[in-house]
Design a protein around this ligand. Structure first.
Ligand SMILES: [Zn+2]
Ligand SMILES: [Zn+2]
Length: 277
């Protein structure tokens, strides 16, 4: 049976966060186990594994799948922000020296990769084999296992952004790590899956020091809890937040913020968790 692995739950720059000496990051600088890797999913079917997003933490994330006896069979990209594709650098000749690993990307993301160094070199030297994905069109990973990209609203300086709906023989998962706002229809999508991993970048608006929330819009978890409180309890338990910024107090499971999420009948994704698909 294929499995889904949660390989990271932090925002693009990880936790601890570069340059941060505040209480949110200090413990993780001294004790790496208190930190978190960048948001990423692993999908494994026997000896074949796929990464959903290629994060700066790709070496450790791939190692988790390899320790289970799998090797990299492909990468599915969501969009062109640093936490979501720059890990591709590890597939080149300075790193893994991969041979023809399929990398599925939407048209603008594909363009970014073939038009710019160092990514174009990965394709030119055959480390990766780029495949252009289409919104709403299934990517077949193996027998009875598919991933479908779904367009979502998110800052589009470079590329469009997709989430993925991953469907296995027995369960389905929705992965939307990065979004500007929830849109009508998100509830129906959540209801259609067994697990919904949703953007939980910030707990409250304006919590990130020195960052103007209008420049990095995300639905704060407090807003999402309120919005999704209208769903029946059995559906709400399917919601797990992921992609948490280092400033997000819910990164600490003993925090009031984390308790607040649990009290609303929802949860946080946890690194190391797996689910049979
Ligand atoms: Zn991100
Ligand atoms: Zn993003």
């Amino acid at each position: 049976m294929p499995e889904l692995h949660i390989l990271g739950i932090a925002q693009d720059a990880g936790h601890p966060h570069v340059g941060c000496r505040r209480p949110c990051c200090l413990p993780a600088w001294s004790h790496p186990a208190a930190g978190h890797l960048v948001s990423c999913l692993g999908i494994r079917d026997g000896e074949r594994a796929w990464l959903v997003d290629a994060t700066p933490d790709l070496p450790a994330q791939l190692n988790t799948l390899e320790a289970l006896g799998a090797s990299l069979a492909g990468v599915l990209l969501t969009h062109g922000h640093i936490g979501h594709y720059t890990g591709l650098m590890h597939l080149g000749r300075e790193g893994l020296g991969a041979v023809g690993v399929p990398v599925h990307a939407m048209p603008k993301m594909h363009r970014l990769l073939i038009d710019n160094a160092p990514w174009e070199q990965l394709a030119r030297l055959g480390n990766i084999a780029l495949r252009v994905a289409s919104a709403g069109e299934e990517i077949r990973l193996s027998e009875g296992l598919t991933a479908t990209p779904l367009l979502v609203p998110h800052r589009a300086e470079y590329t469009e952004t997709v989430g993925y709906r991953i469907v296995g023989p027995s369960r389905s998962v929705l992965y939307i790590p990065d979004v500007d706002v929830w849109w009508p229809g998100i509830e129906a999508l959540i209801e259609s899956v067994d697990l919904a991993l949703l953007d939980g970048t910030f707990f409250t608006p304006g919590e990130a020091p020195g960052r103007d929330p209008s420049e990095v819009p995300h639905p704060p978890i407090t807003t999402s809890l309120e919005r999704f409180s209208t769903l029946p309890a059995a559906i709400r338990t399917r919601i797990r937040f992921i992609h948490l910024n280092h400033s997000n107090p819910a990164l600490d499971p003993s925090s009031e913020a984390a308790a607040h999420i649990r009290a609303a009948g929802m949860g946080l994704a946890a690194e190391g968790e797996s689910l049979s698909l």
